[in-house]
Design a protein around this ligand. Structure first.
Ligand SMILES: [Mn+2]
Length: 290
């Protein structure tokens, strides 16, 4: 039997659609919300089973992957995140170049040029590396669908959405479908909710509701496009705040001072005790230009 484990975002979905158009997607498929990247513990292969993994960091799944490989699973891994130490038994197609997404790697492996790889570039924020601007909205909508605390927050289970894309065969066909209209409507409604939130005491405060959990990533990105920051968006979780932060530099380090983490330009803190928000904002304000 064949197992698939793939990220529930645009890149994971488009990678699977490409595979499916060539080889089909029969088997057991494991996926989840975008932030759920530890998927391998839900794979239980028997002898001779094949495991195909797409758009999930091997470094973050290293020990589980090693165990599955040693137990005899035939594993093929497509990804563009950090891989960690090489595992000899795994067929790894990993490229961490910043103009590549997993769907591009799968496209090359299959040897079939695909519009879905172009959709995935937009979904992963790599629009400048795509020659097809007409797929930008679709890429962003597929990516947006993956955001939420858990599957109940999402408009579509990522595997259902992947199957709808696969049935459509082309991005053009999918963009004519009711599913596309539903994503677009959901996105517009979430964004208009977000637009009604005004900055107070230096940060944006969102209620702990499904729409906010879905849209916080896009909202942060849009605010950050306009001014330098650092920008702070908080979701109100009664005794704590869930913090999303964006800026030009040092964001991950700033978040790490308060128990969070991230990259230079994007970071977060899962549970900031509310009494620490003043200290956090003091640090943020000291980095804002007057
Ligand atoms: Mn990706």
């Amino acid at each position: 039997m064949r197992w698939f484990a793939y990220n529930g975002d645009a890149d994971g979905i488009c990678s699977m659609v490409q595979w499916g158009l060539v080889h089909g997607v029969e088997g057991k498929r494991i996926t989840g919300v975008k932030r759920d990247i530890v998927l391998l513990d839900r794979i239980h292969p028997s002898d001779d089973d094949e495991v195909i993994v797409m758009d999930i960091s091997l470094a973050r799944n290293h020990s589980m992957a090693q165990k599955l490989a040693q137990d005899g699973a035939d594993i093929t891994w497509f990804d563009h995140h950090l891989a960690g130490d090489k595992i000899e038994l795994i067929n790894a197609y990993i490229d961490t170049a910043d103009n590549v997404c997993t769907a591009r790697i799968v496209e090359q492996y299959l040897g079939v040029e695909s519009s879905w790889a172009q959709v995935a570039l937009h979904g992963d924020g790599l629009s400048k590396h795509s020659s097809n601007p007409e797929y930008k909205e679709l890429g962003e909508l597929l990516n947006y669908n993956g955001y939420g605390a858990d599957l109940t927050d999402l408009h579509f289970h990522p595997d259902d959405l992947m199957m709808l894309c696969l049935e459509s065969k082309t991005p053009e066909q999918f963009m004519q479908s009711p599913a596309f209209a539903k994503l677009k409507q959901g996105f517009d409604s979430d964004i208009s909710n977000a637009d009604s939130i005004i900055e107070q005491d230096g940060f944006f405060l969102l209620p702990n509701e499904a729409w906010a959990r879905r849209v916080v990533g896009v909202m942060a990105h849009r605010i950050n496009e306009k001014t330098a920051g650092p920008h702070v968006i908080a979701i109100d979780k009664v005794t704590t705040f869930q913090i999303s932060m964006r800026g030009q530099t040092g964001i991950g380090e700033l978040c790490a001072m308060f128990g969070g983490g991230g990259r230079a330009t994007a970071g977060g803190i899962d549970n900031l005790p509310k009494e620490e928000i003043t200290a956090l904002m003091n640090e943020v304000n000291s980095r804002r230009s007057a």
